[in-house]
Design a protein around this ligand. Structure first.
Ligand code: THG
Length: 370
């Protein structure tokens, strides 16, 4: 039992749903975008079963938004990502790798287009507000870059539809994947998108008035109660099984989009300019040296959700594990690992150096469960 304590003071912010999550029995937090984010309720595995078997509600307010408005808003957003945004429609979400001048990944957010020259960039954990503001200042762009009072609450799981219908009416379930509508609930202003960081289906409710967080949480909990809704969080078991990547774990500034399987989101031939265009063209021409792949790790159930273990082959270093978990559905230890191109073939055998000793592992495709 560790006796280390983290001091949480004002600069580590609390979510508008914070009090509600405490009342709901949250047991763990992480810090994400300078905000406390819940990480588990009953246990990682019990939460996982609630997500994959029924329906859950998640405080993901820490997925903070960068709001970009003004005549040059589109230009600024496009400068930040290799994804081609020229055909993005109002009411559409897009998953956008954000790259620097070297093609290094700075974040992997979801972009929402609210109007012409009005965007939200829904962040993973890194300081993109300052990056966007820096580009705007340096380039003399006519934009406003702010963090708005917007906090997502996710409803995830196969049984999400009746909960959504109870809240918003049947029509809401016609919203397509990665599309959103602007609406309200008892006068609480919301953006409602079919999206979320699981592959179990569901929506995200972007709360546009932080003073009404507990009220929104309670409305969802009440509407969900007859359907057995449970509080949960972004869950590492579900997301590793499903192949969803975590910025800061499975990718950092040291990685380019091709290495982590996001090459299909990069249009290097588009007319528009973006940071990293020349670097990514060079990287693509030269070919990548390593790639994120799946691993099935032998032996007993691994302790907790761990990562960053060295990988070797015949005594020589051969990359590292970036995320690992026990998979209840496969009854195996599964992981993502950054391995050299020489070790990408499915079925390749390697050795993983866990804190409990060396174990064998086999290269596997991502996702593990689909
Ligand atoms: N929702 C919102 N903000 C977020 C996340 C989210 N910010 C942080 C983090 N998650 C960003 N990362 C991801 C990674 C994957 C997806 C969404 C956000 C995702 N990908 C789909 C997939 O892999 O199937 C589809 C992407 C596409 O085809 O465009 O959903 O979850 N608000």
């Amino acid at each position: 039992m560790s006796i280390v304590q983290f001091s949480i003071v004002e600069r580590t912010r609390k979510s508008p749903f914070y009090e509600a999550t405490i009342a709901a029995g949250v047991q763990g937090f992480t810090v994400y975008n300078h905000m406390m984010m819940p990480t588990w309720y009953e246990s990682g595995e019990a939460d996982y079963y609630n997500i994959v078997n029924n329906v859950t509600m998640w405080d993901v307010a820490a997925e903070r938004q960068v709001e970009i408005t003004g005549p040059d808003a589109h230009k600024l957003v496009q400068l930040m990502t290799p994804r081609n945004l020229s055909k993005t429609k109002i009411g559409q979400c897009k998953y956008i790798p954000v790259t620097d001048q070297n093609g290094g990944l700075l974040n992997d957010p979801v972009l929402l287009k609210l109007a012409e020259n009005h965007y939200w960039v829904s962040l993973a954990d890194s300081d993109i507000l300052l990056y966007a503001q820096g580009i705007a200042l340096g380039m003399g762009l006519d934009v406003t870059v702010v963090e708005p009072d917007v906090s997502p609450l996710a409803i995830q799981g196969p049984n999400h539809a009746p909960v959504m219908a109870a809240l918003f009416g049947e029509e809401i379930n016609k919203v397509r994947f990665f599309r959103f509508v602007e609406t309200e609930l008892n006068g609480i202003p919301l953006v409602v998108a079919r999206s979320g960081w699981s592959k179990q289906g569901g929506f995200e409710l972007y709360l546009r008035d932080g003073s009404r967080g507990v009220e929104l949480w309670n409305l969802v909990a009440e509407a969900g109660a007859p359907h057995g809704i449970k509080p949960a969080t972004p869950n590492s078991i579900e997301r590793i099984e499903s192949g969803l990547l975590s910025y800061g774990n499975d990718m950092t500034r040291e990685n380019n989009p091709f290495e982590i399987g996001l090459g299909s989101y990069c249009d290097l031939d588009q007319e528009a300019d973006f940071y990293g265009k020349e670097a990514l063209k060079r990287i693509k021409a030269e070919g990548i040296k390593q790639q994120l792949t799946g691993l099935v790790i032998e032996g007993e159930r691994l302790p907790g959700n761990s990562s960053c273990w060295p990988v070797s082959d015949g005594g020589a270093p051969a990359g590292k594990v970036t995320s690992a978990t026990w998979s209840p559905r496969l009854e195996k230890n599964i992981a993502f690992a950054m391995l050299p191109m020489s070790h990408q073939e499915l079925g390749t055998k390697v050795t993983v150096h866990t804190p409990d000793g060396e174990v064998g592992a086999t290269v596997h495709s991502i996702p593990f469960v689909s």
